[in-house]
Design a protein around this ligand. Structure first.
Ligand code: A2P
Length: 277
């Protein structure tokens, strides 16, 4: 190593609040949805299900003074080499209008403090774990469901993805096929993971909002439950999506006797709003 490389940073230089990482791949699912992955700095640690700030540097040539950052759930599990994200594209969204144009090799800002409540540590031990995500609210559950810890803690893990149109069922291939060949969780996924997609605005093998599937008992019949309701003794849940979905689904969970938890006080279910804009 040269003397230059060892020189300390100037005393008045504030440490950067963000890592600068490189885009590894981008996958466009529809004109409204895409996923991408970035390099993971060696010092960056997180728990499966957490979110972090990501964004794009200010374009100084356009007179921009500040970077734009938003909270994004990390879709890859805690031990993954790369950091994956699942994003909406909002045509005039301050961040996503630009983010949707990224390509492999581009640079992305990554916050240094991942956090969040959609983590296994925030739910009490149980037998069944329901992961309810609408739209890009699936993202944290892509992380949790690819973590062997989920299968060590629960006998059954149900990934419920609610969308308007069939084409929005991103990651359907992952949950119906690819995950079964995963070297780390393949066997567990085959035995313990149920993928439960539902579509609300066009014909599909299953239709209806989570709230209706719960209220009519259809969800419980389809996952082989002995009762047509949640059991506070054994059922745990995580919710991620729009405010309205979270509010209405949480009300049903509470009506069935489940209590909301947090990192400080683990409970029967935890919630987090999905990023939009
Ligand atoms: P719907 O098509 O009946 O509105 P969005 O893209 O608006 O976030 O919606 C994603 C999915 O979440 C859609 O299937 C939508 O159903 C559903 N959804 C929206 N609001 C609620 C709610 N309050 N409770 C349950 N599901 C909801």
């Amino acid at each position: 190593m040269t003397a230059t490389a060892l020189s300390p940073a100037p005393k008045d230089a504030a440490p950067s609040p963000h890592h600068l990482e490189t885009v590894l791949w981008v996958k466009h699912w529809t004109d409204r949805l895409f996923s991408f992955a970035i390099t993971r700095p060696p010092s960056f640690r997180f728990r499966s299900g957490e979110f972090v700030m990501i964004g794009l540097p200010a374009r100084e040539e356009l007179g921009e003074k500040k970077a734009i950052l938003r909270a994004y759930s990390i879709a890859s599990p805690s031990f993954a080499e790369e950091l994956e994200f699942f994003s909406i594209k909002v045509p005039d969204g301050p961040l996503t209008s630009r983010l949707q144009l990224i390509q492999a090799g581009d640079q992305i800002l990554l916050g240094k403090k991942p956090t969040g409540t959609l983590v296994l540590d925030a739910v009490r031990p149980g037998k069944r774990l329901f992961l309810f995500g609408t739209g890009t609210g699936l993202a944290p559950f892509l992380s949790v469901a690819r973590d062997p810890d989920a299968y060590a803690r629960f006998e059954q893990v149900i990934v419920a993805h609610g969308v308007r149109e069939v084409k929005e069922l991103a990651y359907r291939e992952l949950f119906t096929a690819e995950i079964h060949d995963d070297p780390l969780v393949g066997d567990e996924a085959k035995a313990q993971l149920a993928y439960y997609p539902t579509v609300t605005r066009e014909p599909f093998e299953r239709q209806g909002r989570f709230t209706d599937l719960i209220a009519t008992g259809q969800l419980f019949r389809e996952v082989g439950s002995p009762f047509e309701r949640f059991d506070p003794e054994t059922d745990r849940a995580m919710l991620c999506g729009s405010m309205a979905m979270i509010k209405d689904t949480a009300a049903l969970l509470e009506a069935h006797g489940l209590k909301e938890g947090s990192n400080a006080e683990p409970g029967d279910f935890v919630i987090e709003r999905a990023f939009v804009g």
